[in-house]
Design a protein around this ligand. Sequence first.
Ligand code: HEM
Length: 556
Amino acid sequence: MSVSATENVILYTTFHLFGFLFIPFVIFSFIYWRRSQRNLILLSEKLPGPKGWPIIGNALDFIGTSPDIFSTIYKHTYNYDRVLRIWIGPKLLVFLMDPRDAELILSSHVHIDKSAEYKFFKPWLGNGLLISTGQKWRSHRKLIAPTFHLNVLKGFIDLFNVNSRGTVEKMKREEGKTFDCHDYMSEATVEMLLETAMGVSKTTQDQSGFEYAMAVMKMCDILHLRHTKLWLRPDWLFNLTKYGKIQKNLLNVIHELTRKVVKNKKEYFNKGMRGMTAEIPHEVKTNVNKESDTLKTVVDGISFGQSIGLKDDLDVDDNDVGEKRRMAFLDLMIEASNNGATITDEEIKEQVDTIMFEGHDTTAAGSSFFLSLMAAHPEIQEKVIKEMDEVFGDSDRPATFADTLEMKYLERCILETLRIYPPVPIIARQLKQNVKLTNGDYILPAGCTVIVATYKIHRRADIYPNPDQFDPDNFLPERTSVRHYYAFIPFSAGPRSCVGRKYAMLKLKILLSTIMRNFRIKSDLNENDFQLQGDIILKRAEGFKIRLESRRPLAL
Ligand code: HEM
């Protein structure tokens, strides 16, 4: 027998062995799975959704580029108004698009477990606040939430100003050119987080915030691939691919920075330098103590990005937060660890990674969408500029907390940006028990992944007239007062709401007002040209392309 004939025999035998063993294995596994998941399957059959293929379900919807997948899933929501069932192989996803159902899940103290997809974050964020659950999440949330109360945040205003002015200075290099503003927003938000919540000066970091921000962006791309491509899900297979190797390198960059941040802070702390943020230049110091302590809201019906009817652990009366607890995030973590076993060093690092990720990519996307929308809607931009001129006149003084309360129109534009392009477009939870929805006979089965579809809720025509139109008047009091509280949830809501909500709103107002005092934003593209991709954080696939035109000498 020749060599090629032998090869043919081997191939033939292997093929048949594969047929004899693999196909029965798949069929047997499928039957076993159907029997063991009877509750899930029976209840899912009553849920509305597009027809799928045997075994793979609707997995074909997840083939293609990121914008393709986003648009395919979004198109389904036109046919299914409140609830949408999708199968990806054996995995059942149920999208909720009615604010009443969103409330049912998000306000619950029971349905707080994150979905299995969050496990891909684990090598990066460990058991940080975003993914932990149970008692660990409860005790760490209790520790961390007070470090984002308003009385702590007011102490950050000067640093928000310094960094916003630095960003304007850097962006000036791009004047007249078309460029992607996301890189600038990303770098600015990383540096602000380092200097405020982490309390370390960016100049003491020998690795730039920019490098970190880019690594985070690439990590998000990889995580998105693992969510949508079934073969990248098992760790052993993923680690063999080029993506596994890239992830390893990216995590080295990310963790090197966070380790350094914790180490530096501990050194300061041991030298007795506590309760500090980075150094503030004299010329931008504002007198925070003289500022009005009022908690009044700026846009009626909405308080720091959330409906005023929704209260969470950030909304405690600031006078109830004792002196000792008025500490910035990393200071408090280190003090807690020095004082006992509430939190270990490894857990501190995980929380730093979590805050750095959650606090940076979300606000970078939010501010980049805002600037893109200003360019696409010049008439709205002029109203923002008019308000800036009314608040600051010709002065180039830094913004104060009182000024932020006067930026009513700017705030409406920020809220409208977060409505129409919510940086976190969906929120996913794993159900441990069946849940009956608020209206109708639908029951979500235990074991399914329930997805609160923020992006769709924010674009319901029965809640927002002309839902796809950028209209800051959606946040006029007469409109906010008649809406369901859960009709606007960019920061989620309930016990697992975003811990950085107030931080984000304050920072966005200072950063964006500083930019709008200095530039007019232009673009050759309009909103219809935006291609959306929902890789964990919502982004413009083509980049956030804008052009800057100087309004006046820099307010620096
Ligand atoms: C525009 C900016 C932001 C948006 C739209 C946003 C949105 C959200 C959303 C929707 C969640 C819930 C996610 C989920 O359940 O899967 C969340 C959680 C979280 N966010 Fe934000 N966020 C923003 C800024 C920030 C900032 C500035 C920080 C910190 C400085 C932060 C820290 C966190 C943390 C730690 C969690 C997890 C909370 C928990 O599970 O208890 N976020 N955020």
